[in-house]
Unconditional design. Structure first.
Length: 261
């Protein structure tokens, strides 16, 4: 995954994910309420970043909750102030089977960064016990909102999609999630779409933060640093302008259960 992941990690990446978690808190919390987290469930949060959702999951169950991420800095930060039933490990989705088995596996904004998301879903299926739950959330990145429209925002979305495709990832994977779960053998599949947006708030901060995070990948496509700095500055102005309506990308939430043996 590390070669296809286009967003900078480390401290800056952790700070960006913290803002993203704030923007997604209501939508993800509603999703977890809707699917129901069984009491005592053993849970894996794959691609957990700074561990915000991991900690929420740990508060919803008395069972052990594991956060897994490739970024050592994010993992070291994630363990701070975590509930006693939460633990964090460095590694990719391939570790799921070794860490399991699990009653629930959750992954937010992970599959869109992988070159083989089908393999990841199959790995999750193997790491789950029968009748266990898989919950995934991911983006359709081209489906952003910005009104009034502005050049910096349009180019930010276009550049992100192009950079992700160049590295073999699928930034438009969101609507494909239900079918992916079906092909992997999950049953009782359900899905819905959410799109946090506003005139103020953390959702408006994400465009500038994400463009800054992918600056190196965008520059590798021939865009000048000067242009990037100008566009990031303009996205910050849009963030601070209460007359500008901005959103995150459209997000598909999908979930299903592993078949009983």
């Amino acid at each position: 995954m590390s070669e296809s992941y286009i967003i900078a990690g480390g401290m800056a990446g952790a700070a960006r994910l913290s803002v993203l978690s704030q923007a997604m808190a209501e939508s993800t919390g509603s999703l977890l309420d809707r699917v129901g987290i069984p009491a005592g469930a053993r849970i894996l949060d794959v691609g957990c970043g700074g561990g915000e959702v991991t900690r929420d999951l740990a508060r919803r169950t008395s069972g052990p909750v594991t956060g897994l991420d490739l970024d050592e800095i994010k993992i070291s930060m994630a363990g701070q102030d975590a509930p006693s039933n939460a633990a964090f490990h460095v590694g990719g989705y391939e570790r799921a089977e070794a860490l399991g088995p699990f009653d629930v596996i959750y992954a937010r904004f992970l599959l869109s960064h992988l070159t083989d998301p089908t393999d990841a879903v199959a790995c999750f299926e193997r790491a789950l016990v029968p009748d266990a739950l898989l919950v995934v959330e991911d983006v359709e990145f081209s489906a952003h909102l910005c009104e009034p429209t502005r050049l910096s925002f349009r180019h930010f979305v276009q550049w992100y999609v192009a950079c992700a495709h160049k590295r073999g990832a699928d930034p438009e994977i969101g609507p494909k999630l239900p079918a992916m779960l079906g092909r992997a053998g999950f049953i009782g599949i359900e899905a819905r779409v959410v799109q946090p947006a506003g005139l103020t708030g953390p959702a408006k901060a994400m465009a500038a933060l994400t463009l800054a995070g992918i600056a190196e990948a965008v520059e590798s496509m021939g865009v000048s640093r000067e242009t990037l700095v100008d566009y990031i500055s303009d996205l910050v102005k849009a963030r601070d302008d209460p007359s500008v309506f901005m959103s995150l990308p459209r997000v598909t939430q999908a979930w299903g259960w592993k078949r009983e043996v």
